[in-house]
Design a protein around this ligand. Structure first.
Ligand code: PLP
Length: 232
């Protein structure tokens, strides 16, 4: 257990150093950039160790494992839990119970389902509109030119707080160009929703590009936890 703690501590220090360097290069305050450690496929014990090491936010992307894992956390109160995976509307009720933030709002049906679910649980959730940056497939979020309308819909709900946008860089192509596009979408949404200041972008392989394009939240998994056991 303590070997694992040391491993996580070393990886975390390296990632924090990368964030500082990227922030300095972009003339930004590193303290303005939130690190979300993506714990998918790793046990609750790792998330608890990370909390001990000062991590305050974790991300999960599979509903099947996330609910039970969050229930198992002994450090639940020190952690903000982000749901970052594709969300089916029939899972909204489940996710609204254990997640504090849902980053993957990609269609009107999810807005309605999640708002109703949050109401059922008597909670309010912070949410991000997930924007597709893959011009070829259009997958992984709403099209950039439809993001504003989806944000407006979130703004009309009772239990969802619109906080900004999220995206994953396309598999091929230049991540920084994609993140620049995301920043433009974020600016457009913020014009009508001043509270929507978050830009969640950047993972283990491209966090520098995301910091350069104004990301406020990074979602880093493998660089901290190691390669995922069952994902390959
Ligand atoms: C898994 C995942 C991450 C983390 O990816 P790494 O490359 O392991 O850092 C970030 N965002 C989403 C949406 C993910 O599913």
């Amino acid at each position: 257990m303590s070997a694992r703690r040391d491993e996580l501590a070393g990886n975390l220090a390296r990632v924090r150093h990368r964030i500082e360097e990227a922030a300095t290069a972009a003339n930004r305050d590193p303290a303005s950039i939130d690190l979300i450690v993506v714990t998918k496929y790793f046990p609750a014990s790792d998330a608890d160790l990370l909390a001990d090491l000062g991590v305050t936010q974790i991300g999960e992307n599979k509903d099947q494992e996330a609910g039970a894992k969050v229930d198992e956390l002994t450090r639940r109160d020190s952690l903000t839990v982000h749901f970052i995976g594709q969300l089916q509307s029939n899972k909204a009720n489940h996710v609204a119970r254990y997640a504090d933030v849902v980053q993957s709002i990609d269609r009107p049906k999810i807005v309605r389902a999640l708002d109703a679910a949050a109401q059922t649980h008597d909670r309010t959730l912070d949410v991000l509109v997930q924007v597709s940056l893959d011009e070829r497939t259009g997958r992984g979020g709403v099209a950039p030119d439809e993001a504003n309308a989806l944000a407006d819909l979130v703004g009309e709900t009772h239990c969802l707080n619109l906080r900004g946008v999220m995206a994953v860089a396309p598999l091929d192509g230049d991540p920084q160009r994609a993140f620049a596009r995301l920043r433009t979408v974020a600016d457009g949404i913020r014009a009508g929703h001043p509270e929507a200041t978050w830009i969640s972008a950047g993972m283990s392989g491209d966090l520098e590009a995301a910091v350069a394009e104004g990301a406020t939240h990074l979602r880093v998994g493998s660089a901290i936890l190691g390669s995922r056991p069952s994902l390959g």
